[in-house]
Design a protein around this ligand. Structure first.
Ligand SMILES: [Zn+2]
Length: 137
């Protein structure tokens, strides 16, 4: 039998859940990239956003919209939304990452622990990359 999904189980974790609706719930991120990092996800274990029903999609994005306003209000930073897609995230149960950022995606990545701030790519590095991506194998 398959292991129960960590995100499915999280709906019962009262210390993490901010809100539950019929189809969605909002969680405080366990390993936040930044303070006030939230996860908004469907209650149903859905692996691909394309499998959400119209009702689930509506409920999910209404919740995203509500929390986007709350983030703006309490952090005074721009809310940023990232959605993981099947196989691209650490969890396979789809979820939206909603969090405040001052400088967009680059600052967000830089804020993640252990990831150095991105610099400007030199011409030499670009040449090397072009070669690497141009190779057939
Ligand atoms: Zn799940």
């Amino acid at each position: 039998m398959e292991e129960p999904c960590e995100l499915c189980l999280a709906i019962d974790e009262d210390y993490r859940v901010i809100e539950r609706t019929d189809h969605s719930f909002c969680l405080i991120a366990l390993s936040p990239i930044k303070a006030k990092h939230l996860l908004i996800l469907p209650r149903r274990h859905v692996l691909d956003w394309k499998d959400l029903s119209m009702e689930e999609s509506k409920d999910l994005f209404e919740m995203v919209s509500r929390y986007k306003d709350k983030i703006l209000k309490i952090s005074n930073e721009e809310p940023t939304l990232h959605m993981n897609f099947e196989r691209h995230g650490t969890q396979r149960h789809i979820h939206c990452h909603l969090l405040p950022t001052k400088g967009g995606f680059r600052d967000l990545v830089s804020a993640h622990e252990g990831i150095p701030r991105w610099g400007v790519v030199s011409k030499e590095e670009m040449e090397k990359l072009r070669d690497e991506f141009s190779r057939d194998n």
